[in-house]
Design a protein around this ligand. Structure first.
Ligand code: GLN
Length: 505
C-alpha cells in the first residue's frame, strides 16, 4: 500500500492524513513543524503570518514527539496549526492587528489555544487579521507581516491582487496556501465564513457559547465566537471537537453542554435532509457567478437525497443596520480598556491625564476602529439609546425569531456566504459602507447566535473574476454543528472543490 507521505508533500496532506502519518511514524512532529516553518518563510509574500517563534514551535513539537513516544498521544498530537492574532498566546506576540498592542506578550494562553495544545497541536505562528477583528478584507491591520518591515495587505493565494476576506484573512490565506493544514479564526459577523469562502476553504462558526472567549481579544462580546478553518469539513470537525466545551470559571457565557465529538456523525446519510433556501439570499446584488455556483451546489444536494424547501428570512436586510449598531456599541465599551494605563501603547508626550488618554487612543487605533468607537458611543448615549441601540436589540430578537420559524420547516439553511467573490485590494478600502453591505448574508446568523459554515462550491467563470473561489453558507439551529458538518462532509465526499489548489502553491 502506498503511504500518503511517500507520494505527496506533507503540506498537501489533510490534518487527518498528517495525524495518520504521525501515528505511523512516517514523520515526526519536529520534522513536520520545520516543514511548515520553512513554508511560512517561503510564502512570506502572502503576508499571512504576523509572528513566528521557531524555537517555541520546535519545542512544542519535541514535546509532542515525546508524548507520542511514551504512548500518550492526544487526538491532535504533533499537528501543526496557527492562530488568528486575536487569541492571546504566551509564546508569541498578540496584537489583534492593532498598533495599540504592538509587541504585547500575554502571560497566558487563550482557552481555545490551550485546549488545542492539550490535544497535542503545535503552534506554527500567529496570523494576520483586521484590527480588533473589524473588517471584511483584512485591509485594516496595522501590523507588518513576518518578513516585511512595513504594513502590507494579506494577499489571496488565488490572486495576489485580491483581498483574502476578513477579518480572519491571515487564517484563510494560510490554509488555502497550505502554510498550515488548519487554523483558528473568530467570527463576529462573518469573519470565519467570508474569508473561508473567498479563499476556497472550509470554516465553521459554532453556536454562540460553544467555545470559550477567554483570551480572545474582545470586539463585540455578545457575537464573538471562535471556530476552525481548514480545507475540509472533516478536518474542521476534528479541531472543533478539541476547541469547544464549557469554561465556567473563565467565560460564564459558555454553554453547559458535555463535550461533543463532532466527527462521529460526519458520514451519516443525508437522505431526506430538508434544506431551507431563503429567497432573500438570492435577490438583487448577488453576482451571477455566486448565484450559479450556489444553485448548482443545491442541485447537487438534491442528487444526494436532500429536499429543497423555500423559506423566508424577511428581516435579512435589517441585519446590516442592526449589526452595525450593536457591534460598535459593544466595541466602544470593550475598547475603553485601551487607555494607556493598564497595557498596550501609551503616547510619549502628553500633558494631563485626559491628554494622555486622547493622544494614546488617537495614535493607537486605526480609522475603522475609531469610526466604530464613535458610532458605538453615539448609539449608547443619552437621548439616542432608545432610538438606536434599544431598537436594534428588539429587531435582533425578531431576526432570531425568523430563524426559529424557518427551522420549523427545514433542518439546515443554505445560501451564498457573500454577494461576490473576493474583491481587489483597495477597491473598497475608502468606502466603509461598501464593506458593511458585503456582510449581508452572514450577519443575521451571528445576531441570532446560530452555527454557520462555509464550504467551497465552485469558481467564478466571468471574465473579470475568472477562477476565484465561491463559498456556500450552511446555517443550522442552535447546537446543530454536527448536522452542518455532516451535510458539508457528504457534499465534499461527492465533490472536489475543496481539494483544488491555487497556482504556485
Ligand atoms: N465584517 C464584519 C465587521 O467588520 C464582521 C467582522 C467579524 O466577524 N469579526 O464587523
Amino acid at each position: 500500500m502506498t503511504t500518503p507521505l511517500s507520494t505527496r508533500a506533507a503540506h498537501d496532506l489533510s490534518a487527518h492524513e498528517l495525524l495518520q502519518a504521525l501515528a505511523a511514524k512516517q514523520i515526526s512532529a519536529v520534522e513536520l513543524a520545520q516543514h511548515f516553518l520553512d513554508r511560512a518563510q517561503a510564502h512570506a509574500g502572502l503576508g499571512a503570518f504576523v509572528d513566528i517563534n521557531p524555537e517555541a514551535t520546535l519545542g512544542q513539537a519535541k514535546a509532542a514527539d515525546a508524548r507520542r513516544g511514551a504512548g500518550c498521544a492526544g487526538p491532535l498530537e504533533g499537528l501543526p496549526l496557527a492562530h488568528k492574532d486575536i487569541f492571546v498566546t504566551r509564546d508569541f506576540a498578540t496584537t489583534a492587528g492593532s498598533r495599540m498592542l504592538k509587541g504585547y506578550r500575554s502571560p497566558f494562553d487563550a482557552t481555545v489555544v490551550q485546549r488545542l495544545a492539550d490535544a497535542g497541536a503545535v503552534t506554527v505562528g500567529k496570523l494576520n487579521c483586521d484590527e480588533f477583528a473589524m473588517g471584511s478584507g483584512n485591509e485594516n491591520s496595522a501590523i507588518a507581516p513576518v518578513g516585511s518591515d512595513s504594513v502590507q495587505p494579506v494577499r489571496n493565494p488565488w490572486d495576489a491582487a485580491r483581498i483574502p476576506g476578513g477579518s480572519s484573512g491571515g487564517s484563510a490565506a494560510a490554509v488555502a496556501a497550505r502554510l498550515v493544514p488548519a487554523a483558528t479564526g473568530t467570527d463576529t459577523g462573518g469573519s470565519i465564513r467570508q474569508p473561508a469562502a473567498f479563499c476556497g476553504i472550509t470554516g465553521i462558526k459554532p453556536t454562540y457559547g460553544r467555545a470559550s472567549r477567554y483570551g480572545m481579544v474582545a470586539f463585540a462580546s455578545s457575537l464573538d465566537q471562535a471556530g476552525p478553518m481548514a480545507r475540509s469539513a472533516e478536518d474542521c470537525a476534528l479541531l472543533l471537537t478539541a476547541m469547544c466545551g464549557p469554561d465556567p470559571d473563565r467565560d460564564s457565557t459558555t454553554l453547559d453542554l458535555p463535550a461533543e465529538n463532532f466527527s462521529r456523525t460526519l458520514n451519516d446519510n443525508i437522505e431526506g435532509l430538508r434544506i431551507g433556501v431563503p429567497k432573500e439570499f438570492f435577490g438583487e446584488g448577488l453576482s451571477d457567478d455566486v448565484r450559479t455556483a450556489v444553485e448548482s451546489a443545491l442541485k447537487h444536494y438534491q442528487s444526494l437525497g436532500a429536499k429543497l424547501v423555500p423559506i423566508a428570512l424577511p428581516r435579512t436586510e435589517l441585519s446590516i443596520p442592526v449589526y452595525y449598531i450593536i457591534a460598535p456599541a459593544e466595541a466602544s465599551s470593550n475598547l475603553s480598556r485601551f487607555d494607556g494605563v493598564k497595557f498596550g501603547h501609551r503616547a510619549k508626550d502628553y500633558g494631563d491625564l485626559a491628554d494622555m488618554y486622547k493622544k494614546t487612543r488617537a495614535e493607537g487605533f486605526g480609522d475603522e476602529v475609531k469610526r466604530r468607537i464613535m458610532i458605538g458611543a453615539y448609539v449608547l448615549s443619552h437621548g439616542y439609546y432608545d432610538a438606536y441601540y434599544l431598537q436594534a436589540q428588539k429587531i435582533r430578537r425578531m431576526i432570531a425569531d425568523d430563524f426559529q420559524n424557518a427551522f420549523k420547516e427545514c433542518d439546515v439553511i443554505a445560501g451564498p456566504v457573500a454577494p461576490t467573490v473576493a474583491w481587489k485590494i483597495g477597491e473598497k478600502s475608502a468606502d466603509p459602507v461598501a464593506n458593511y453591505l458585503a456582510d449581508i448574508f452572514t450577519l443575521s446568523g451571528s445576531l441570532a447566535g446560530l452555527p454557520g459554515m462555509s464550504i467551497p462550491v465552485g469558481f467564478a467563470s466571468s471574465e473579470s473574476d475568472k477562477g476565484l473561489p465561491i463559498g456556500m453558507q450552511l446555517l443550522g439551529n442552535y447546537f446543530a454543528e454536527s448536522r452542518l458538518l455532516n451535510a458539508a462532509h457528504r457534499f465534499q465526499l461527492a465533490s472536489d472543490f475543496h481539494l483544488a489548489k491555487p497556482a504556485g502553491i
